[in-house]
Design a protein around this ligand. Structure first.
Ligand SMILES: Nc1ncnc2c1ncn2[C@@H]1O[C@H](COP(=O)(O)OP(=O)(O)OP(=O)(O)O)[C@@H](O)[C@H]1O
Ligand SMILES: [Mg+2]
Length: 267
């Protein structure tokens, strides 16, 4: 059993001294980028990344998912160099399921790669499908319009969590959804966060969404990129639509907006 009273907390994600060049070191689009996300077992953390288009937000998620290496710098996931760290799943803006496979098969896919036997794969996938609110859709093909956009993103969330339930990376996951579906998905994420306590790193351009979801917001200055501003969101952990009507929420949205305007206009 992990000892939750142990106050020594490590970082679940560490990026240090990251530099990224695509022209052999003449220009660096990312330079001196650091991001430390504390490990809070049994609690999790919701980190939101904001930054101008092209600043490097998706790149940061790709580093953490092990899909890209920076030109320079250190990346640790769960205290291990990224090469040795457990693989972390990612939810993309575009629907990323295999349309010729069912919901159940899509969600179980990472377990197939891990060599988990068929019976356990099915049990664990069904649990995850239930968690994301897709019970009853297990045998449908994971394709539009058999499933709606929101349902397809639920499949992607379930698949990412089954690979590694401690960390969930999400790159503008609700950008393509209509407003009602988007609000439902925000609430689903809150539920997941309260039930399995993952650390979520979430990229969005939507500041009200960022403030609603986040514990901590990190803002990226562009050209060259690094994180220069941090806002801790001191709203109650239990949030709902009413939270968006509170003065503190409204003040935080304005604060983050002002900082973003300042960061992206200073060049
Ligand atoms: N292979 C590459 N060669 C050259 N430049 C690249 C390459 N890959 C990414 N870039 C550049 O790196 C920068 C960061 O890209 P990234 O996709 O991370 O931005 P982003 O912040 O996610 O933007 P958006 O909000 O539009 O999704 C961009 O300016 C992009 O053009
Ligand atoms: Mg991006």
């Amino acid at each position: 059993m992990p000892n939750f009273t142990d106050t020594h907390q490590e970082n679940i994600i560490e990026l240090r001294g990251i530099r990224q060049s695509y022209d052999g070191g003449k220009n660096f689009i990312i330079d001196g980028l650091d991001l430390l996300v504390e490990d809070k077992p049994a609690q999790g953390q919701f980190v939101v990344i904001l930054g101008a288009s092209g600043a490097g937000k998706s790149t940061v998620l790709r580093y953490i998912a092990g899909l890209q290496r920076p030109t320079e710098g250190t990346i640790l996931v769960k205290g291990k160099p990224i090469e040795e760290a457990p693989r972390v799943g990612m939810v993309f803006q575009q629907y990323s399921s295999l349309p010729w496979r069912t919901v159940l098969e899509n969600v179980a896919l990472p377990l197939e790669y891990q060599g988990v036997d068929a019976k356990e794969r099915e049990t664990r996938a069904r649990e995850m499908i239930e968690l994301v609110g897709l019970a009853g859709h297990e045998e449908k093909f994971a394709q539009y319009p058999t499933l709606s956009g929101g349902q397809l993103q639920r499949v992607a969330i379930a698949r990412s969590l089954i690979a590694n339930p401690d960390i969930l990376l999400m790159d503008e996951p609700f950008g393509a959804l209509d407003i009602n579906t988007r609000l439902q998905m925000q609430d689903l994420l809150m539920e997941i966060w309260h039930s399995i306590h993952p650390t979520i790193v979430f990229v969005t351009h939507d500041i009200p969404e960022a403030v609603y979801l986040a514990d901590d917001i990190y803002m990226m200055k562009p050209a060259p990129s690094r994180f220069t501003e941090h806002v801790h969101v001191d709203l109650p952990l239990d949030r709902n639509r009413e939270t968006k009507r509170t003065q503190r929420y409204i003040d935080l949205v304005r604060l983050v907006e002002d900082k973003m305007i300042q960061i992206t206009s200073e060049q």
